[in-house]
Design a protein around this ligand. Sequence first.
Ligand SMILES: C[S@@+](CC[C@H](N)C(=O)[O-])C[C@H]1O[C@@H](n2cnc3c(N)ncnc32)[C@H](O)[C@@H]1O
Length: 329
Amino acid sequence: MKLQGPYRGECQIICGDSRVELAHYLDQVDLIVTSPPYADSRAKHYDSIHPDQFCKWFLTFHKVLFQALKPSGSLVLNIKDKIVNGVRHRFVWDTINELCCNGWYAIDDYIWRKTNPMPGFWPTRLRDGWEYCFHLAKSRTPYINQDAVRIPVGHWVESRLAKLGINDMARHNSVNRSGFGRDLSRWVGKQTVLPSNVISAALVGKNKGHPAVFPVDLPEFFIRLLCSPDGFVADPFAGSGTTGIAALALGRRCVLIDNNEKFCNVARDRIKREANARDEEITKVALHEATYTPEIPRETEEQIRFFEDSSDFAANGKKATKKQRRRTL
Ligand SMILES: C[S@@+](CC[C@H](N)C(=O)[O-])C[C@H]1O[C@@H](n2cnc3c(N)ncnc32)[C@H](O)[C@@H]1O
């Protein structure tokens, strides 16, 4: 069944498995901006997966994410690998690689720089101050509006551009022959510039009723950049509904999916409280109970079952050896 996407200024909240629920929005979504579970970092709070199994687990979402997007659509994945037995596990790199082998284009790797990283001491490393935001797309030329994220040029230009030297009046190539160059005279009169692919935002300090809330600034940046003003945003790992708050503030339509009912309620309450929306828009925020029996596409159902079937993995969660696998056949 194909569902009608939300109306302008509306945010639908759906409690269910996004591998099933997102399949109802085939070819409708402009931007998926989301943050999946970071493997088993929050095992006490919601569905978790061992880092060794993460890549295969995430690939069970690949098809539904790909098919929900319009051809010009984008997927932004905020995630960070974790430390396992003293070293960084590379499940994130493996996953992005595998997604690209399955047809996604890696458009760019953005970094979320945390302006207030968690305090602490680790004998072999420093405080962790950043996370990835991978921009993947269905084509090499997804929708992008760079002007929507321009930033003020900065006060330094007033003094610097006031006294332009001979080297500033034409393109001046770097003296170290790096191939880079600049023409400073072209900056005269500029009010704004493009930002870099490093986004600075503080960790969410206040308790929002969810253990892994990302800052509203993060989805807001990507919605401005990668979703047209009348576009449709989806977050298939919605948690406390942060993406919904950003989407409503920017006038985009939005669907949030989480398989934990408690978090769907947290998201609804939070959006009512925090979304910068008029009353009539807030009242449209609805918790859509799954009143239909979804038809799970055969392949997805099989993929889901793959992870419930322990034959591929040894009891300790590690990938089974050939010998162990033979024993279970
Ligand atoms: C890292 S949290 C997202 C937090 C969110 N960005 C926020 O700001 O609140 C990941 C969420 O994915 C949800 N989740 C895990 N597996 C899911 C699935 N198969 N379908 C839908 N949601 C899922 C979890 O319940 C959890 O709330």
